[in-house]
Design a protein around this ligand. Structure first.
Ligand code: DOR
Ligand code: ZN
Length: 345
């Protein structure tokens, strides 16, 4: 049985939501990860430093006793973001980064940015302050094929933006394509990319395997196999610009198994095991710690976690469902099957 000991990992992209949902999901991330970048797409979105400070307290109240976990907060950019509040929030240690949701790209993005032209002064101020911009990298025009939206964003929005604001540091979140991986690598001195477990494990066939599979649906949507293989190569390459970010995105079962189902894969309970499976299959376990525990902190200018954790290649049964108090149930990645690795310490 293989076993791997490495520094406690961090998750550089999570959705915790709020209230009873947050209470149900935070413990899974807090037990497995030292820190997490928390997405701000609540209703209403987290748009000010005061809102982020409150939200951070509500998250901390859900962390189990004896678990050391630090949420890192982000600001939801809108066409009207106040650059002063944003930068002051960053300097005060409240905002680690700011998130660009193109308006209507995904869950709770209606208040997102309608054009980067509208937030140029904000982006200039972020570049000056060294505050990273996190992007949901998809164009939103309805006429663009959904499988091409990330590649078009890289070409039409991100590449010109990198030229326009040369000092801006950018994370392309949840990359799903060869084009995304290539753009980040070409600018690795100031770009990073998170990669989710589902985009490493699956391609778009998984959405239709034996029928329509709502729990495999997330945005950006799973792509064809050649992109999956490109992502597996990127994640296991040892390049410092690629790091772990699950995009764990819980939605209640009945809202995913619906006529117009929500986008998001809830992976927090099995995330580390899922990534380990990929690295084991790629014979790259020696590069796992860089991806999971070193590259992310290096990009954000933080020290890696000191604590070590150990996982063994012993299958662990995963529950069919997880209860969310009074609201419904969640179906996690690997639900009703086994996760191939489990944590020992
Ligand atoms: O699948 C997704 N779910 N993609 C996103 O960008 C947002 C997320 C969510 O908040 O549910
Ligand atoms: Zn996300």
């Amino acid at each position: 049985m293989r076993s791997l000991t490495f520094r406690r990992p961090d998750d550089w992209h999570v959705h915790f939501r709020d209230s009873v949902m947050m209470k149900a999901v935070v413990p899974y991330t807090a037990r497995a990860f030292g820190r997490a970048i928390v997405m701000p797409n609540l209703t209403p979105p987290v748009t000010t430093a005061a809102m982020a400070a409150d939200y951070r307290q509500r998250i901390m109240a859900c962390v189990p006793e004896g678990v050391a976990f630090t949420p890192l907060m982000t600001c939801y950019l809108t066409d009207h973001t106040d650059a002063k509040d944003l930068i002051a929030g960053h300097k005060a240690g409240i905002f680690t980064a700011a998130k660009l949701y193109p308006a209507h790209a995904t869950t709770n993005s209606a208040h997102g940015v309608t054009s980067v032209d509208h937030i140029m002064p904000v982006l200039e101020a972020m570049a000056e302050a060294g505050m990273p911009l996190l992007t949901h990298g998809e164009v939103t025009r309805a006429e663009v094929d959904i499988f091409d939206r990330e590649a078009r964003f890289a070409e039409e929005i991100l590449a010109p933006l990198l030229q326009r604001v040369p000092k801006l540091r950018v994370v392309m979140e949840h990359i799903t394509t060869q084009e995304g991986a290539d753009l980040v690598l070409a600018h690795k001195d100031r770009m990073g990319a998170t990669i989710t477990p589902q985009h490493l494990l699956y391609n778009r066939n998984a959405l239709f395997q034996g029928g329509l599979r709502p729990h495999m649906y997330c945005l950006p949507v799973l792509k064809r196999e050649r992109h999956q293989l490109a992502l597996r190569k990127a994640a296991t390459s040892g390049e410092a610009c690629y790091f772990l970010g699950t995009d764990t995105a819980p939605h209640l079962r009945h809202l995913k198994e619906a006529d117009c189902g929500c986008a998001g894969v809830f992976s927090a309970p099995v995330a580390v095991a899922a990534y380990l499976q990929v690295f084991a299959e790629e014979n790259a376990l020696d590069r796992f710690e860089a991806f999971a525990s070193l590259n992310g902190p290096a990009f954000y200018g933080l020290a890696p976690n000191d604590e070590r954790v150990t996982y063994v290649e012993r299958p662990a049964r995963i529950a069919e469902e997880i209860e969310v108090d009074g609201a419904g149930r969640l179906v996690s990645l690997f639900a009703g099957t086994a996760a191939p690795w489990s944590q020992t310490v």
